[in-house]
Write a protein of this length. Structure first.
Length: 398
């Protein structure tokens, strides 16, 4: 990565760290939150689904509203919404208020990452775009390695509300670093013309593939606390280091996936997706024993984030080569979160049906099969388009 781009990418990663911690830390605190707010664990899991659905809906709409504004002040303002939402969650007297705080915090998520993706990609050469996006997204992986386990530990020691106070503070620090280091890049084009990219079937195939592939991860990961304690046999005190283990897998997968996707985009996505399918099927068996469960959790992190840079880049390149399409970039974030919401919901339905927490990896495996089917369709459509137009670019990304 070019030295001049490093401070800006680090600042953007600080923002994604704060966002990633807020979205995912609840997975380690579901029992505490459910008990305090007098709801069941599957009901508390809806706090994850609601956050994700708010990103799905709010991301493109908020992005469209700010598309013509200068990107740096917009990024800072979006982090202001994030801080407000976490403060609301920290003082929530009821489940309904907690849910409202989650929605408010989520409104900034899709637009922030969508705009940050464009800014990050513009800091480097086109052939380094996946690596720049991975650097920006490294905040999310670091949040999983350090933020989520520490947030879980903080919540277990001082109450789950302390974790949300800490995340509000992280949002303030992320806004300050964005103000200090992210360059002024000007404003974008009007949103109206950018919606036209959604007439392209490859955009929808790429979005669907992204949603299913990441939903496959969050069918089991949403319920990782009861899965690893009630099924695998770990004590509650083991959850922070288990989340660290998963996060280390994400970091490794992010590095591997970014480098591979810069060379062979769809080959990387498909290979990692097949590996994820295998890991998810195995997880339904290994979850019954501590050591195999821990190893499989790490492997799930590796294969999950080996797909992330490639999935994001494939959505962007599907938009007729328009690397500055903010709406499509935000829609990619929405697709990730739609998958998260669907995975959390379907995993919860399997649990409520009496199939047990160990059924959630198989729910994810079913979603991953759907992602692979859409990947196959995307490859076919891209190659047909390449033959029809004589475009080398379509062949390269496929």
């Amino acid at each position: 990565m070019a030295p001049r781009s490093a401070p800006a990418l680090t600042a953007l990663a600080a923002g994604t760290f704060a966002l990633g911690m807020t979205e995912f830390v609840i997975t380690g605190l579901l029992p505490e939150i459910a008990t305090d707010l007098s709801v069941s664990i599957p009901t508390a899991g809806l706090l994850i689904s609601a956050y994700a659905l708010s990103v799905v809906i709010g991301g493109p709409l908020v992005t469209a509203a700010v598309a013509r504004r200068a990107r740096k002040p917009v990024l800072i303002a979006l982090l202001g919404f994030f801080v407000a939402g976490n403060l609301m969650s920290a003082v929530a007297p009821s489940f309904a208020v907690m849910m409202t705080g989650r929605v408010v915090a989520a409104l900034c998520h899709g637009a922030f990452i969508g705009i940050a993706t464009i800014v990050a990609g513009g800091l480097v050469r086109p052939d380094r775009r996946s690596s720049a996006i991975a650097a920006m997204l490294s905040g999310i992986t670091l949040a999983t390695v350090a933020g989520v386990p520490l947030g879980t530990l903080l919540g277990q020691q001082y109450g789950w509300r302390a974790t949300f106070w800490a995340m509000a503070l992280l949002g303030v620090l992320a806004a300050l670093s964005t103000a200090a280091f992210v360059p002024v890049t000007g404003s974008g084009a009007a949103a109206g013309g950018q919606w036209g990219a959604f007439r392209n079937v490859t955009v929808w195939l790429a979005l669907g593939m992204t949603a299913l592939a990441f939903g496959a991860v969050y069918a089991p990961f949403t319920y990782v606390a009861p899965l690893m304690t009630e099924v695998a046999g770990f004590g509650p005190g083991a959850l922070p280091w288990l989340l660290v283990l998963f996060g280390l897998g994400l970091v490794l997968g992010n590095v591997i996936g970014a480098r591979a996707a810069d060379r062979r985009l769809m080959t990387t996505v498909v290979t990692a997706s097949v590996a994820m399918l295998i890991v998810l099927v195995l997880f339904s068996w290994t979850a019954h024993s501590r050591l195999p469960a821990a190893v499989t959790l790490f492997a799930l992190g590796v294969v999950a984030y080996a797909t992330a840079p490639g999935l994001t880049t494939r959505v962007i390149t599907a938009a007729d080569g328009d690397a500055q399409n903010l709406i499509v970039s935000s829609a990619a974030v929405s697709a990730f979160n739609l998958g998260n919401a669907a995975g959390a919901y379907l995993g919860g339905r399997a649990i409520a049906a009496g199939w047990g927490y160990e059924s959630t990896p198989l729910v994810g495996a079913g979603m991953e099969l759907g992602a692979l089917a859409l990947a196959a369709a995307l490859l076919v459509v891209s190659r047909v388009n390449a033959r029809a137009t004589g475009s080398a670019r379509s062949a390269e990304v496929s």
